[in-house]
Ligand binder design. Structure first.
Ligand code: PLP
Length: 220
């Protein structure tokens, strides 16, 4: 199937109130352009240098989502244009971002990454830490970053009970925090293999890569 056909097929199976982020990491500029020409505007990248290179060559109405690990020392490169940062794990990342965003008079929207998977390799903070950051005086004093929700990655498993339990736990936390944080609007969970389950559990934003673009070119 072509990129455009895959994209349309996925969109057909996603409710209109769920945002599809096309994860274009390790994919060529021409692949991104093909999806763009088919109407896709939200794209996700994991690496700052790669996002920057694509931003410079692709149309400027693309909404660029940083979904990878946040590299504090490189945030300055994407502060002028990044649309949403999904993987905030520490208060000091927000502090750096706040400073960089101020230089461009921007308000940068962020999600806190919460650990829901059992795998060691998947990162994220505890529920309590998320609440601590949201209620901290340091965050309250920031004028250029806004936490608008949560992001999580489930365990890589075919066990649907486990998947559902992980996604539901994040949805419950999201609803609890939303009561105290009116800026909460986005729950980013679900990838190629598990986005339907994530949507059934309350996801409002899915990050889908390989089901749209095919396998990633790790040699590139
Ligand atoms: C790569 C990646 C995705 C997309 O994964 P696919 O399985 O290709 O859909 C989603 N979220 C994050 C954080 C990723 O790193």
């Amino acid at each position: 199937m072509s990129i455009v056909e895959s994209l349309h097929q996925i969109k057909r199976n996603i409710p209109l109130n769920v945002t599809l982020v096309a994860v274009s990491k390790k994919q060529s500029v021409s692949s991104v352009k093909a999806a763009y020409d088919a109407g896709q505007r939200d794209f996700g990248e994991n690496y700052i240098q790669e996002m920057l290179a694509k931003y410079k060559t692709l149309p400027n109405d693309i909404r660029w989502h940083m979904i990878g690990k946040v590299q504090r020392n490189k945030l300055k490169h994407i502060a002028p244009f990044v649309y949403l940062i999904h993987g905030i794990e520490k208060l000091d990342q927000l502090e750096t971002l706040d400073r960089e965003a101020a230089k461009y008079q921007r308000m940068i929207r962020c999600l806190l990454q919460v650990k829901i998977a059992q795998e060691e390799s998947k990162s994220g903070m505890t529920d309590r830490k998320a609440d601590e950051i949201l209620t901290s005086e340091i965050y309250a004093s920031m004028d250029h970053v806004k936490i608008v929700g949560l992001m999580g990655m489930a365990t890589f498993t075919e066990d649907e009970h486990q998947l559902r339990a992980e996604f539901e736990s994040l949805h419950i936390l999201f609803k609890q925090l939303k009561e105290k944080n009116p800026s909460f609007e986005t729950l980013s969970m679900g990838m190629s293999a598990d986005h339907q389950m994530a949507i059934a559990c309350g996801s409002t934003m899915v990050r889908v890569g390989s089901s749209i673009f095919g396998a990633r070119n790790y040699g590139a």
